[in-house]
Design a protein around this ligand. Structure first.
Ligand SMILES: [Zn+2]
Length: 362
C-alpha cells in the first residue's frame, strides 16, 4: 500500500474527486463519521509532523467543512442519537463531525470555524477536563520526554527494562511500547513512571513544562479545564466522553477499564449539567479496543460509542463500535473525500487483504 500511496494521493483521488465519482459512490448510505483532533493554533510551529499530524490548519479545516456542506449533509449529534436509539432515519449521505481529546485549541481555534460555517460537532473530552487546572496528555508528556533524553542506554528500575535511546524513529517505537505498558497502570502510577524516567535521563524538568509557556504552546498542548469545557458546551457543541485519562483500554484490568469508561460519563455529566451519551475509545483501533470495551460502554449507560478506524460511507455500523474516518493534516481535499466516500477503506482492503472488522452486532 505504501508504494501505491503517492499515486493514489496525487493522481487517482484527485481524478475521482473531480469526476464526481467519490460523492456519487456515497449513494444511499446512511452515515459517515469523521474524527478531528483540533486545529494548529496561529503562531505554533510544527516541530514533529507525526506528533502534530492530527491537527489541521484552520484553512484546511474550513475547506473540508465547505466541501461537506456542499456535497453531503452534516447532521447534528442529536440526530445521530435518535438514529441510534429510536431508529429515526438519517438523510442520505449524512456526515457527523467529531473531535477527540479536548485540547484547548478546540475552543480557541476550531469552534470559531465551526460556528462560522454553522456546523455542530461532538467533542470527546477527558475526565481530566473537569478540573480547574490545565493538564497535558500523559502520552504526549512521555513522547516529549523521550525526545529530550540524551543518547545512550538507561535501565528503568520500575519496569525492569532497558531503554536504548537512539534516533527519533527508534524513540517513537519505544514510546508506543511504553504507552501500552504504562496503560496497564492507573494515572498516579503512570505519572510516577514518567517522573522516574525524567530523573534517569538527568533532565532538570519535564519537557512538557515548556508546553504551558506562551499562548500558542498552551493552545497546542494543554487540555480544556472545566471553565473552558463549559464554554464549549455553552456554544452549543455536544460533549461526549473519551475516558478519564486516555489509556489503551485493552491493556487494562477489567476494574481499571471499567472505571475509565463509566466514571468519565458521570464526572462529565456532573461538570456540564447535561447527559453524556456518547463515548470515543482512546486510540480507537482494533488493538486498543476489544469487545470487552464495547460491552462496558453499553453497561456504563452510553447510547453509542465510536472507534477511530474503518470509517467512510458503506461501513458496517455497529452501535458500540461505530467506525470513523481519522482525518490527518497531510490529507489533501481529494484524499479526504476518498476517505469519506469509503473508497479508500475498500481499496485498502482489496490491496492488502486486510479487513477492518468492526462490531459483531448492530
Ligand atoms: Zn484521543
Amino acid at each position: 500500500m505504501s508504494l501505491v500511496s503517492p499515486l493514489l494521493k496525487r493522481v487517482v483521488y484527485p481524478f475521482l474527486a473531480n469526476a464526481g465519482y467519490l460523492r456519487r459512490r456515497a449513494g444511499n448510505s446512511d452515515l459517515c463519521v469523521v474524527t478531528y483532533h483540533g486545529v494548529l493554533p496561529a503562531g505554533y510551529e510544527v516541530t514533529d509532523p507525526e506528533q502534530d499530524g492530527g491537527l489541521l490548519s484552520a484553512e484546511n479545516l474550513a475547506r473540508q467543512l465547505r466541501l461537506l456542506k456542499s456535497q453531503y449533509r452534516v447532521v447534528s449529534p442529536e440526530d445521530v442519537l435518535l438514529w441510534a436509539t429510536e431508529d429515526k432515519q438519517l438523510p442520505r449521505k449524512s456526515v457527523l463531525l467529531t473531535c477527540d481529546d479536548g485540547l484547548l485549541n478546540t475552543l480557541t481555534d476550531m469552534a470559531p470555524i465551526l460556528r462560522e460555517e454553522g456546523l455542530p460537532c461532538l467533542f470527546f473530552v477527558l475526565g481530566t477536563s473537569t478540573t480547574q487546572s490545565s493538564q497535558t496528555l500523559w502520552y504526549e508528556e512521555l513522547y516529549l520526554l523521550l525526545l529530550s533524553a540524551p543518547r545512550g542506554t538507561f535501565f528503568f528500575d520500575a519496569l525492569g527494562m532497558k531503554m536504548q535511546m537512539g534516533d527519533r524513529k527508534q524513540r517513537r517505537i519505544l514510546w508506543w511500547s511504553l504507552v501500552k505498558k504504562f496503560s496497564e497502570r492507573d494515572q498516579a502510577e503512570r505519572a510516577g513512571y514518567i517522573e522516574a524516567a525524567r530523573i534517569q535521563f538527568g533532565l532538570p524538568e519535564c519537557p512538557s513544562a515548556g508546553c504551558k509557556n506562551g499562548d500558542a504552546n498552551r493552545r497546542r498542548f494543554t487540555l480544556l479545564n472545566i471553565n473552558e469545557l463549559r464554554q464549549l458546551a455553552e456554544q452549543g457543541m455536544t460533549i461526549g466522553a473519551h475516558t478519564l485519562n486516555h489509556p489503551v483500554l485493552s491493556r487494562q484490568t477489567p476494574e481499571l477499564a471499567w472505571r475509565e469508561i463509566s466514571e468519565s460519563r458521570t464526572i462529565l455529566e456532573h461538570a456540564i449539567g447535561k447527559p453524556v451519551w456518547a463515548l470515543a475509545y482512546p486510540f480507537g483501533d482494533a488493538e486498543a479496543v476489544t469487545s470487552r470495551e464495547w460491552k462496558m460502554a453499553e453497561q456504563a449507560g452510553f447510547q453509542c460509542a465510536f472507534m477511530n478506524v474503518g470509517g467512510g460511507f458503506g461501513a458496517r455500523l455497529s452501535r458500540f463500535a461505530l467506525p470513523r474516518v481519522h482525518v490527518t493534516a497531510s490529507m489533501s481535499l481529494a484524499e479526504f473525500e476518498a476517505h469519506v466516500s469509503g473508497f479508500h477503506r475498500d481499496l485498502r482492503a482489496c490491496l492488502t487483504g486486510e479487513r477492518l472488522y468492526i462490531g459483531a452486532s448492530a
